[in-house]
Ligand binder design. Structure first.
Ligand SMILES: [Zn+2]
Length: 283
């Protein structure tokens, strides 16, 4: 059994990796945002996802890495992941790395500006270890997972989370890209996922299959509903497609429904006119 995650505690997960969780628990963040410190007692250190701008969390990280931190990697620029990078940089002088572009959808850390912009499959040599960026759009267009090369550990940020479902919220969230980014992970040799929220996932292949099956089940329900009702707006469709989910959750569910419909639209399976969604003849 996994022990519960206590904010501020240091969990040693691997000879090269420990996890410190920020005290920002919530429906979208599980027990809080995980920050990972990579390196051993002799090496320089890298940090993955510094987290939100929470003084206590930042002070704890500075205390743990002081004098040895060289690299601050960010998986994406949502407010629970990258904002602490600036305070950490001023305290340590470490370099900030991440995807260059920050979209303008009102949910981003717009001050984020990496010292080194990373693209898909870029590898950063950190001396005692190497970190490879894997571009995984879907939850966020600028999302990067980070592979600890030759160790089989993938820091998944919010691409794969443990204990909660990843939110895909258009326009920056993209369901079609999310599916492709999940399939992409099979190209790498991965033994464990280290997610941005929740515990380590030790059966990564099975986890991806489970996530894809869950999403496809919901997509099939959308198709079945559209076939039944012929056409509908998001508001009309959400109550039918999410009749198994409490009404309180219909607002986030609507975003997810929208993301699924946009995927089906890109695949040419549905059409959209004046906010009304309709199944295409040959779906
Ligand atoms: Zn997050």
């Amino acid at each position: 059994m996994n022990k519960s995650i206590i904010p501020g505690d240091v969990a040693k997960l691997h000879p090269l990796v420990c996890r410190i969780t920020a005290a920002n628990p919530g429906m979208m963040t599980g027990p809080g945002t995980n920050t990972y410190i990579v390196g051993d007692s002799e090496s320089k250190l890298a940090l993955i996802d510094p987290g939100p701008e929470l003084g206590e969390h930042i002070d704890r990280l500075i205390e743990l890495v002081k004098g040895r931190l060289e690299w601050i990697f960010c998986t994406h620029t949502h407010l629970d992941h990258s904002p602490a990078s600036r305070a950490l940089q001023s305290a340590t002088g470490a370099k900030i790395l991440g995807f260059g572009h920050v979209p303008n959808d009102g949910r981003q850390d717009t001050f984020f500006k990496p010292d080194q912009a990373l693209g898909h499959d870029d590898v950063v040599d950190c001396g005692a270890f190497k970190i490879r960026a894997v571009h995984t759009p879907g939850h966020a267009s600028n999302h990067l997972c980070y592979l600890l090369e030759n160790k089989g550990l993938l820091f998944t940020g919010d691409h794969v989370m443990q204990g909660s479902t990843v939110v895909i919220s258009p326009p920056d969230g993209d369901m079609l890209a999310y599916f492709a980014s999940l399939h992409l992970l099979s190209h790498y040799s991965i033994s464990s996922f280290l997610p941005g929220h929740g515990h380590v996932i030790d059966a990564p292949r099975e986890e991806v299959i489970k996530i894809l099956a869950h999403r496809l089940k919901r997509e099939q329900k959308i198709i079945d509903t559209l076939v039944q009702v012929n056409e509908g707006s998001l508001d009309q469709l959400v109550t039918r497609v999410y009749d198994d989910v409490h009404e309180k959750l219909h607002i986030p569910a609507k975003r997810s429904l929208h993301a699924h419909l946009l995927k089906l639209l890109q695949e040419g399976r549905v059409s959209l006119k004046d906010d009304i969604w309709k199944m295409n003849a040959s779906h």
